[in-house]
Write a protein that binds this ligand. Structure first.
Ligand SMILES: NC(=O)c1ccc[n+]([C@@H]2O[C@H](COP(=O)([O-])OP(=O)(O)OC[C@H]3O[C@@H](n4cnc5c(N)ncnc54)[C@H](O)[C@@H]3O)[C@@H](O)[C@H]2O)c1
Length: 374
């Protein structure tokens, strides 16, 4: 059994019940600097402890594992502090926003006694798990092209999102593409697109609301991925998805989140006409809950949870394709078993670095740049 500390009560709130329900977790605590929010969250969930800041939680001498869900700018220093304290550390994406900081985390994780995991929701979404199944059963054939887009309108979000370089948050698209291709990004060219309105410019260092990149993958046969991230000035509803194209079959992300994915399969070439017959099928990807503890399995979908001590029920949101229980179970299991988590530091670096280099390419007018190997 382990004790888990959740840091940040925004997105972090969705993870508190999952840790409380996990059969290998004994105590659950919270770090949250906003006093009113901290009090309300600790009361609503009946948490075992709460702290104003991470330092005092780490100084308490308790807690085996820490899950960071603080704003992006804190991820690196908080990760280093957690690993340095000898505890396991899970971090919300992105791992870092600079190559130097990726290197610092990779180095710290390689010498640490506690595990590191980047909590990439896209690697446990039901559509991704279905695409993996199609690939592994041969239904896609040989891959020829991949693409994906993360489109989110950040108008009205916290000030730190204003002017945020879109490609420095590209992990949700890059992660599934690299996993499907079993590859890393060798080089990237990227262009910025659109124009940020003055109220969205932040510190003014990034001029682009949208960035679109072409990535050369490390596969033996040439394979290209096109990745777009769009944060402002785009009247398209939310999407965080990918498409994968093979010579036998393909999967396209639902054009509206929550709708059916489209799966294509090619008939045999019969020489009688131009182009093979291509079948198109709408598919609702199944939830793959076999690997989850029974208490967590229902929470791949929105659900209700009754916290300890007879407290009133709360809603648990199952956004991001039902991935949250899988992430929690993988992190907790890795810590309990003393093994590397599925998304350890080098894999996290391999997923995070291409977007950072892509933004640099966009700032250099689209120059093709090499991406470090980890
Ligand atoms: N699909 C995904 O993987 C996904 C989705 C949403 C958010 N995220 C990531 O999760 C993190 C949290 O997102 P959010 O929307 O809740 O952010 P947020 O800006 O709402 O902040 C979350 C909480 O962290 C608290 N906080 C601020 N500074 C802190 C500090 N120094 N230490 C501890 N807590 C601090 C804030 O008071 C707030 O309650 C972000 O890094 C975001 O990028 C990932």
């Amino acid at each position: 059994m382990i004790d888990v500390l959740v840091v940040g009560a925004g997105f972090g709130r969705d993870f508190l019940p999952l840790y409380q329900l996990h059969p290998e977790v004994a105590r659950v605590g919270l770090v949250e600097p906003d006093a009113a929010r901290r009090r309300a969250t600790a009361d609503a969930f009946g948490l075992d402890a709460d702290y104003e800041d991470l330092d005092s939680a780490l100084a308490s001498g308790t807690w085996d594992a820490v899950h960071l869900l603080s704003p992006v700018r804190f991820h690196v220093e908080q990760t280093l502090a957690v690993l340095d304290s000898g505890r396991a550390c899970a971090s919300a994406v992105p791992m870092a926003t600079e190559l130097d900081d990726i290197a610092r985390v990779v180095e710290a994780a390689s010498g640490a006694s506690g595990a590191y995991m980047m909590m990439e929701t896209a690697l446990y979404q039901r559509e991704f798990l279905h695409a993996l199944h199609l690939r592994d059963t041969g239904a896609l054939g040989r891959l020829g092209y991949l693409s994906g887009a993360h489109i989110q309108d950040l108008d009205g979000y916290a000030p730190y999102w204003m002017g945020y370089p879109p490609m420095r948050y590209a992990t949700h698209v890059i992660a599934p593409l690299l996993a499907l291709a079993d590859a890393r990004v060798e080089s990237v060219t990227c262009l910025g697109s659109g124009e940020l309105l003055p109220l969205h410019r932040g510190d003014g260092t990034n001029p682009y609301p949208i960035e679109s990149a072409l990535m050369r993958l490390s596969t033996e046969a040439p394979l290209t991925a096109q990745v777009t991230v769009s944060f402002f000035e785009n009247a398209r509803s939310y999407q965080e998805g990918f498409n994968v194209y093979g010579d036998r079959g393909a999967l396209e992300w639902p054009s509206v989140e929550g709708d059916a994915a489209i799966v294509y399969s090619a008939g045999p070439a019969d020489g009688a006409r131009g182009g093979r017959g291509i079948r198109r099928e709408e598919v609702h990807a199944p939830d793959r809950t076999d690997s989850l503890p029974a208490a967590l399995a229902p929470f791949t979908r929105d659900g209700r949870y009754r916290p300890p001590g007879g407290r009133p029920e709360v809603t648990v949101h199952a956004s991001h394709g039902g991935s949250h229980p899988h992430l929690v179970h993988e992190f907790v299991s890795a810590v309990v078993d003393g093994r590397e988590p599925a998304i350890g530091a080098r894999r996290a670096a391999t997923i995070t670095a291409p977007g950072i280099v892509a933004h640099e390419s966009a700032m250099q007018g689209g120059r093709m740049l090499e991406v470090p190997a980890y």
